[in-house]
Ligand binder design. Structure first.
Ligand SMILES: Cc1ncc(COP(=O)(O)O)c(C=O)c1O
Length: 437
């Protein structure tokens, strides 16, 4: 990474100076990289991002998981251009691209009998919670410690804990969230069915739903966890919501539902379903999703849903092109197998250097953890040496491997063997230095 002491700022430093004046922390959200590692993206080529200074980065951030085909797959770009020429945006009346997409999604999402479009994954989880409350007439939602469901108020509890919680009490992650909401959110540790069952039994009269990331960040579920949640939800008259914003269309074409063989009542989608554009959805049982039917306006079990960009035709076109490409036979098996053999090769490099790092993950989701075991819950993540994994990630980033420190990352279908080979070589040289980090 270029650092310059010259009087005239580099192109990139100039962009950062401009960004500092107009964007808090010179960022686009929750991440702020240290000065020596940060860069401005100008474009993409396959799985390589090109910085404003023309430097290449091998991209494992993948648009936070949206870019399973890279940032500018030619077929997706062409579909977007074609649709843009017909119209960028309409509202209030159906558009034919959105109808075609809804039909396609109903054929792919196992639990989907009907769906409603949203603009983002956050909206999709917020609406899933609202629909569950409207349908059951109950107010509380159980979420898991360390789970991320987006940026809205109800999701902003116990996402970033630093110590074990007093379950089921939620802790707030953000200023500005009204205090009474805290009592509507219940928290349980991921992968612990006993605690979940105790909480659900005690709260069933007020509990509308359990919401779970089927793979929580990079933590995979124990084999009985998701079936156990299904059973507990059924036995206690509570709905089960899968947040498939990351896992949807990634683990398998049918997402976590197909990969783990468990069907929720509702599922929220974002990221891949938008093909890189602003589109998400909530899909699920017809009787539940129908609570959003505008013909029910005025009834107490009607759940209001609306958004200027819902079903946006350009995003829908990007989605249809993406779905076509990832529906090719063997797409997910091939992606997952290539990713997993890459993890083994990375593990080999780390082991040769005697670093106590684990490449944790499966399918196309992974992360480095300084730990001797795969994590089962958020407390296992906190027990790992997060300072050292952050140092390793930042050292890789400086050397041209784009990972965000201590954030789960992705392999995409456009990573080539050369991308993997270059990454392994950079990891090897980084490991020589990391001993002293
Ligand atoms: C599991 C999960 N749910 C919801 C969201 C929120 O999606 P969005 O950023 O599109 O609002 C994210 C985003 O990273 C996510 O990972």
């Amino acid at each position: 990474m270029k650092t310059t002491m010259s009087e005239t700022p580099s192109v990139q430093d100039g962009l950062y100076q401009r960004a500092e004046r107009v964007l808090p922390g010179a960022g686009l959200g929750g991440y702020s990289l240290p000065e020596h590692a940060r860069f401005v993206i100008d474009g993409a080529r396959g799985a390589r991002l090109i910085s404003a200074e023309g430097r290449e980065y091998i991209d494992y951030v993948g648009g936070a998981g949206a870019n399973i085909l890279g940032a500018n797959h030619p077929q997706v770009v062409e579909a977007v251009q074609r649709q843009a020429a017909k119209g960028l945006h309409f509202f209030g009346t159906l558009n034919s691209t959105a109808i075609e997409l809804a039909e396609r999604l109903l054929g792919l999402i196992p639990c989907a009998e009907k769906l409603v479009f949203t603009t983002t994954g956050s909206e999709a989880t917020a609406y899933a919670m609202r629909i569950a409350r409207a349908f059951t007439g109950k107010e509380k939602i159980l979420k898991f410690e360390g789970a991320y469901h987006g940026n809205h108020d109800y999701a902003s509890f116990s996402q970033f804990p630093t110590a074990p919680a007093n379950y089921p009490q939620a802790s707030s992650d953000s200023g500005g969230v009204p205090a009474p909401l805290k009592d509507t959110m219940l928290i349980a540790p991921y992968n612990d069915l006993d605690v979940v069952e105790q909480i659900v039994r005690a709260q069933r009269k007020d509990l509308a739903a359990i919401i779970v990331e089927p793979v929580q960040r990079v933590i995979f579920p124990n084999h009985d966890f998701l079936p156990g949640l299904r059973r507990i939800a059924d036995e206690n008259d509570v709905l089960l919501i899968f947040d498939e914003v990351v896992t949807g269309f990634r683990l398998a074409l049918g997402g976590a539902q197909e990969f783990f063989g468990v069907k929720p009542d509702l599922a929220s989608y974002g990221k891949i379903v938008g093909g890189g554009g602003p589109l998400g959805c909530v899909a699920g049982r017809e009787d539940i999703v129908d609570r959003t039917n505008p013909r029910h306006k005025g009834k107490s079990d009607y759940a209001y849903i609306n958004g200027t960009l819902h079903g946006n035709p350009v995003a829908a076109a990007a989605s249809l092109a993406t779905l076509e490409l990832i529906s090719e036979p063997g797409f997910h098996d091939g992606l997952n197998a290539r990713a997993e053999s890459f993890y083994l090769e990375m593990q080999g490099v780390l082991d040769r250097h005697g670093l106590p790092v684990r490449v944790t993950g499966r399918a196309s989701l992974w992360q480095f953890l300084f730990s001797d075991k795969d994590p089962r819950n958020q407390m296992d993540i906190l027990a790992s040496d997060l300072e050292r994994s952050m140092a390793l990630d930042l050292a890789l980033l400086e050397r041209g491997v784009y990972v965000l420190p201590n954030v789960r990352r992705f392999v995409s279908a456009v990573h080539t063997d050369q991308d993997f080979a270059d990454t392994l070589e950079i990891l090897d040289t980084t490991c020589r230095d990391i001993q002293s980090l």
